[in-house]
Design a protein around this ligand. Structure first.
Ligand SMILES: C[S@@+](CC[C@H](N)C(=O)[O-])C[C@H]1O[C@@H](n2cnc3c(N)ncnc32)[C@H](O)[C@@H]1O
Length: 298
């Protein structure tokens, strides 16, 4: 875990085999397919430049077919290296190592953003959402997945005295170091505070119970889940919730100048000189290297 006095702590995925152990060998086909369906329901048909926050090893990236270019942003360089191995080095994918709390992009740049299975690592979710709103063009969609503390399993465990924390209270529950479950009302409040208008909510992975996953064919569970997902408009009792919001901005949007900005001082960065393979901030003199096709802004 990396931390400093003024910045929220960041969970460390460096060197992690998350994609292999959690997804490829972790018996999570049901969750993966249910998430694919939810994403398909929420994504726009087309777009220009999408920001994928906490992209990890790029599990979801192939699902963003409608976008001409995708920026994969993750704090872990090794996760991005895995994504690059899997997706390849091409103009369509831009790999950026950076912190969601200090996004290294100019404002009003992206016409779409996603954040899947990443907010649950945020000690300061509102600060992260403020950053996402800053880099989105007005009216652009933002698809956010969060871990829901008010899920049916947690409610039953609480009622039968098997769990101390209340699933109904608004504060986040940190069930493991830097792993948080959030209350849907808190998420809606933070989205509004950050300048997002909530459009849609889908509840996902209703049947995330090992006994069910073992006893019932995956396709059946996925089908049932897909039927239940739209009930998220009325109540949210599943462990995972997908939302789509729109960035609403009041200021006049000028033509966005530049692409990257210095995460340290906010200065727009001039394009790097090809020979140096790094960006130099003209204001604070910080340098940011480009390592084998990955822009490193940490
Ligand atoms: C659980 S993984 C999810 C990966 C991918 N979204 C998926 O669903 O397969 C969470 C990812 O968020 C990244 N992450 C956590 N905190 C971050 C931060 N402050 N800034 C950028 N990325 C962060 C981690 O490095 C990790 O790759």
């Amino acid at each position: 875990m990396s931390t400093s006095p003024e910045k929220p702590p960041i969970i460390d995925y460096e060197g992690s085999d998350y994609q292999a152990s959690f997804w490829d060998e972790g018996d999570r086909e049901y969750e993966d397919h249910s998430e694919r369906i939810a994403l398909k329901r929420l994504l726009p048909d087309q777009g220009n430049l999408l920001l994928e926050i906490g992209a990890g090893a790029g599990r979801n990236t192939p699902r963003y077919r409608g976008f001409q270019r995708v920026v994969l942003l993750d704090y872990s360089l090794t996760q991005l290296q895995q994504a690059q191995e899997h997706l390849g080095r091409c103009e369509r994918f831009i790999y950026v190592a950076g912190d969601v709390y200090r996004l290294p992009f100019v404002k009003d740049l992206f016409d779409g953003a996603t954040m899947i299975r990443t907010l649950h690592h945020m000690k300061d979710p509102l600060a992260a959402l403020n950053q996402v709103q800053r880099v989105l063009i007005s009216k652009s969609p933002f698809i956010l997945e969060y871990a829901n503390k008010q899920n049916l399993k947690a409610i039953l465990r609480y009622m039968f005295g098997r769990q101390e924390w209340s699933p109904f209270s608004l504060e986040a529950v940190e069930f493991a170091d830097l792993n948080f479950d959030f209350h849907p009302k808190s998420i809606r409040k933070w989205l509004a505070e950050a300048g997002f208008e909530l459009e849609k909510q889908l509840t996902v992975s209703h049947f995330r119970i090992n006994l069910l996953k073992k006893g019932i064919p995956t396709q059946v569970l996925v089908f049932l889940d897909s039927i239940l997902q739209p009930t998220g408009s009325w109540w949210q009792l599943s462990p995972s919730v997908f939302t789509r919001s729109q960035a609403s901005k009041t200021h006049q949007v000028e033509e966005s100048a530049g692409f990257f900005q210095c995460p340290e001082c906010g200065e727009v960065l001039p394009e790097q000189e090809l020979e140096t393979n790094q960006f130099l901030c003209p204001t604070c003199s910080k340098t940011y290297p480009i390592v084998e096709g990955i822009y490193d802004f940490r």
